[in-house]
Design a protein. Structure first.
Length: 218
């Protein structure tokens, strides 16, 4: 009885809160009302709550897809994320490997293509060049960029680090043949959602240590 009383009090409180929000004409209530009406019309055979839930999910997924393609920063993510849903790499037992794959997918990594966005001169490509393939002196890179015969510098992008940069060749040589083939084909999404995810996560971890070697103790 005590538990029923608590539930009853909670439901009463939620009801009064909902009615109060309705009277205040807040935006979220208008959105919710619109969803209820449109979902009921679109799916009259379903109960209001179930129809609304499905409609909310569909609306969210549609907005999610639209927003992804409108954000240049998410270009790599859109290349590896085909459908909305949980990814298999999240089931990896190793937290470090999961984290490194997640950071790569979401562009929350240490690569200069991302770090260069948060400088005072975010449009300066010299700040986004590969630390191994190009000069680390930004003034030198700016000088070269002003020359008429200068080609586009090599940027430190996700694809460059995974597939192209020769500084990682020694790490790639240790990968299985199947994973090497998938990397050459740039099937990164397939890699992250297969049994190759464990090996790929290890490669990302080792590549991070290559970029940030531990300091030698004196």
């Amino acid at each position: 009885r005590a538990s029923q009383a608590v539930v009853g009090n909670v439901n009463t409180l939620l009801h009064h809160t909902f009615q109060e929000q309705k009277q205040l004409n807040l935006t979220w209530y208008d959105v919710w009302s619109t969803i209820i009406k449109t979902s009921t019309v679109a799916k009259p055979h379903l109960p209001h709550t179930l129809a609304a839930r499905e409609h909310i999910h569909e609306t969210f997924v549609n907005h999610w897809k639209k927003d992804l393609h409108n954000q240049p920063k998410m270009s790599f993510y859109t290349a590896v994320k085909a459908e909305f849903g949980e990814e298999l790499y999240l089931q990896l037992p190793c937290r470090v490997k999961r984290a490194n794959i997640a950071k790569l997918r979401s562009s929350s990594h240490d690569l200069r293509i991302e770090k260069g966005r948060y400088t005072g001169d975010r449009y300066n490509t010299a700040l986004k060049t590969c630390r191994f393939c190009c000069s680390s002196d930004t003034d030198v890179m700016r000088f070269f960029e002003e020359l008429p015969f200068f080609e586009t510098p090599i940027l430190e992008t996700e694809d460059h680090v995974i597939n192209e940069c020769p500084s990682y060749n020694s790490l790639r040589s240790n990968l299985s043949d199947n994973l090497k083939s998938l990397i050459m084909l740039k099937e990164y999404g397939a890699i992250m959602n297969s049994f190759h995810a464990t090996e790929f996560g290890k490669y990302l971890t080792e590549s991070f240590h290559l970029r940030h070697p531990p300091e030698k103790k004196s």
